[in-house]
Design a protein around this ligand. Structure first.
Ligand code: ATP
Length: 230
């Protein structure tokens, strides 16, 4: 799997997608979000960053290492996807701003490369509760994927977030390549009403989750008896 620094030089000038999540487990909506973002936003690739200990939610059902392995299985063979293992190995909880600061180090992405944080509409609406959230805009652009049941950029955003968005919204995704950070776009990915919560509930009730996530993952989940107990 190539590291960011292995991406060919001309690709390096294109924006790089950053996709963090708990991925408990990763599913087809995550995969389509990253794949469609790469095409819609002209990304050189997408760096997947499973959270070690997610900061703002209850403890995941399976360990960080096992969630990492599930993402590794899910993205295998996609040349545009890269796995970032650093948050899973970190001792401290995963926060997005420190993660982006790490990526801005010269040995990784540096200060100038456009970075695009990929989030679903639900995650975006909660962004103003994130640790040091106002720093996000100096570190990355934000691309908001439509998600069933969650309005995108609606008046219902918390006022501080709505205010922060006002001057940053861009209709044209190609403008993301013009600056390293600070702009917000939304994109209408194929709407898939899939969530990890729903998959965990199905599996813990002994109901099939096939066609919601890759078969290889279902085999892995079955082998390790994840999400089985009710
Ligand atoms: P859970 O149900 O456990 O909260 P989840 O399915 O929302 O999990 P996460 O790992 O929390 O998955 O999400 C990672 C990112 O993927 C978030 O930005 C989230 O908004 C986005 N995402 C997850 N599912 C979808 C979906 N069906 N459509 C669009 N975005 C999604």
């Amino acid at each position: 799997m190539p590291e960011v620094s292995d991406v060919p030089q001309e690709a390096d000038r294109r924006p790089l997608g950053i996709f963090g999540g708990t991925f408990d487990p990763v599913h087809f909506a995550h995969l389509r979000l990253a794949e469609e973002a790469a095409d819609a936003l002209g990304l050189a690739g997408v760096r997947w960053i499973p959270a070690g200990r997610p900061a703002l939610r209850e403890a995941p059902r399976v360990s960080a290492g096992q969630r990492l392995e599930m993402v590794r299985l899910a993205i295998a063979g996609n040349p545009r996807f890269v796995l970032d293992e650093a948050e899973v190995r970190a001792a401290q909880p995963s926060y997005t701003v420190p993660t982006l600061e790490r990526l801005r180090q010269p040995a990784l992405c540096g200060a100038q490369r456009p970075l695009v944080l990929l989030v679903g509409a639900d995650a975006f609406a909660g962004m103003s509760s994130w640790h040091r959230w106002e720093n996000l805009f100096t570190l990355a652009h934000i691309a908001v994927a439509h998600r069933p049941g969650f309005p995108v950029l609606a008046d219902s955003l918390p006022p501080p977030l709505a205010t922060a968005c006002r001057d940053r919204l861009c209709a044209d995704p190609s403008s993301l390549a013009e600056a390293p950070a600070g702009r917000i776009v939304s994109f209408a990915m194929t709407q898939l009403d899939i969530s990890a919560t729903k998959i965990r509930a199905l599996l813990s009730n002994g109901i099939s989750a096939q066609y919601l996530l890759p078969d290889a993952l279902l085999d892995y989940i079955r082998t390790h008896h994840f999400y089985a107990e009710n």
